[in-house]
Design a binder for this molecule. Sequence first.
Ligand SMILES: [Fe+2]
Length: 265
Amino acid sequence: MKILFVGDIFGSAGRRIVREHIGHVCEANSVELVIINAENAAGGFGVTPQIAEELFDMGADVLTTGNHVWDKRELLEYLSSVPEDSKERPRRVIRPANFEPGVPGYGVFEGVTASGIQYAVVDLMGKVFMKGTNNPFIAADEILGGIKAKVIVVDFHGEATSEKVAMGWHLDGRVTAVLGTHTHVPTADERVLPGGTAFQTDVGMSGPYDSVIGVEKDLVLHRFLTGMPGKFEAAKGNPKMCAALITCDPKTGRASAIQRIMLGE
Ligand SMILES: [Fe+2]
């Protein structure tokens, strides 16, 4: 079974480059499950229901998010529009599971692929250099206790490489893949850990690379040079789609391969 995990889509340039490539990558590899981190898909800040629908139309099965999930207020209503056991699109947009209890939305989605394979996608966010999360390692243990599917993909949205690598080891042999997001720079450390968990510290942004992690570089440079506040805008130049292609055994959930993908125009 092949799973495609697309790294953080950033703005319209990110959506455009993913639309250009996702179809042929899925077709050439007979991908059965597509997961996209969408938290920067709306101009770099959050995701709107309309853009979520656009990404589902492109072939996404599940959309993950992170620290920017609340940036677009209209998403709250979308997330809250379905009950926990729904399989509708709004239920397939998940937010970090280790947020404070009671916030809108859900941190795990459990579904079945077209060919009948049960899977789960878990969204977790790091605690190092990040705000508003509970211990992601303990949260992961609690969540895994309640999942029946063998194929389990974890999006670990984190700032610190150490915390992300540690999560890979923590979940090795218990999930199919631990894929890092948030830092927008792909890391060259993709591997299958000894217990059969595919791991990559950061899958990388799907967005404009002539930028500072997606934002117009002149605006960011101005802030670094002067310390003055200023509005950030999504860049457009040199878009690339970054993704990880995972091969696993659907019966055991164990991964046998992970391939790093970076495709430009
Ligand atoms: Fe993020």
